[in-house]
Design a protein around this ligand. Sequence first.
Ligand SMILES: Cc1cc2nc3c(=O)[nH]c(=O)nc-3n(C[C@H](O)[C@H](O)[C@H](O)COP(=O)(O)OP(=O)(O)OC[C@H]3O[C@@H](n4cnc5c(N)ncnc54)[C@H](O)[C@@H]3O)c2cc1C
Length: 427
Amino acid sequence: MANTPYPQSYYAASANAVPPRPVLQGEVETDVCVIGAGYTGLSSALFLLENGFRVTVLEAAKVGFGASGRNGGQIVNSYSRDIDVIERSVGPHQAQLLGQMAFEGGRIIRERVAKYQIQCDLKDGGVFAALNSKHMGHLESQKRLWERYGHTQLELLDERRIREVVACDNYVGGLLDMSGGHIHPLNLALGEAAAVESLGGTIYEQSAAVRIERGANPVVHTAEGRVRAKFIIVAGNAYLGNLVPELAAKSMPCGTQVITTAPLGDEVAKTLLPQDYCVEDCNYLLDYYRLTSDKRLIFGGGVVYGARDPANIEAIIRPKMLKAFPQLKNVKIDYAWTGNFLLTLSRLPQVGRLGDNIYYSQGCSGHGVTYTHLAGKVLAEALRGQAERFDAFAGLPHYPFPGGQMLRTPFAALGAWYYGLRDKFGM
Ligand SMILES: Cc1cc2nc3c(=O)[nH]c(=O)nc-3n(C[C@H](O)[C@H](O)[C@H](O)COP(=O)(O)OP(=O)(O)OC[C@H]3O[C@@H](n4cnc5c(N)ncnc54)[C@H](O)[C@@H]3O)c2cc1C
């Protein structure tokens, strides 16, 4: 029997204690079988349980094994492509619905943390940092755009103000979102899993779904068992492989890398990020960073198209960290890891139904901590027969990557190379 552990990371090393979870053996019957115990799966399970459904979650490895337990921990609102792109792709009613929902995921996280008393080091405040005047112009129009949809808690930072929140000379300004913030991502997932179980849901670990028998009464098969369900929610995202071929064709797993320094001590940490906000810059291939509760710097960036694991993560990410904070040149890196997110061609999430009873959400393309929590709510609404918000997502247009399975990685890498050049020259 396979026993896949967490990858070595700061998060795995500082995870809250959890009970062992069973492997599925034999047959169980449930209302909803959720495939994948990341935020999408766990958020769906929680909303469904709160609404009286019986829920069984199948996880191939461990709760939060995927991106949800490895990410930068940044609560970033809105979507990986912004509402202006959505406005150009869909009609006004759909755009209005999606715009209104753009900040809901962050609220859901805070409600979950408060309701289920999840210990995950939640902090308020996220900064988008502008490296040049073009970025700053973009942030100004983004603020105006978000305000049109009722999101008014945003503050533009000029060059003097951004120096007060981050000790990095590279920025000309920024945008502060106090409804953004940061969390210990794996502990959030573990807390949500405990909440699922407290409401009577069951989570099987080391229990990969290997086949879905579709039809009026679908069955999900694992190596040693099967789940008979009225509905299935597919939430395997970048780790799903080819279980559902229709989903594999329109998305591409990509790796991104994160490093964590040794503890910096309170004094040094305070000089870097005095208010303890998290930061991401405005480049297409962006850098993101924040402090942990024990005052380490977590720094992420870099994308590997096609999700091959790089041989030396520190060699890729440390120079980026030192570009932002040269004062850390003698600081040791304690942890380095990689994780996969799912890229779509439009960089908008893919949501929909396969037949009447298989639902999915995937492909948030980089920014997914808030969206996945919203996705769980929207999927649960659809299963309860209130599908207006689900349909707003499901109606977003999606296209396969050019070149099919063989050529999608080189094509996307070429696109990223082009955008990387634009980042470099501030275009
Ligand atoms: C390194 C990194 C840094 C990131 N940083 C940020 C950030 O700071 N802010 C932000 O907003 N977003 C960030 N993201 C993106 C964000 O983490 C993801 O969008 C989000 O966590 C996706 O959640 P998910 O539940 O859809 O997928 P995942 O968390 O990947 O969960 C999918 C789960 O499904 C399981 N699974 C797959 N196939 C099967 C199967 N056949 N049977 C059973 N289980 C299966 C997997 O084992 C996995 O546990 C980052 C991503 C990465 C990789």
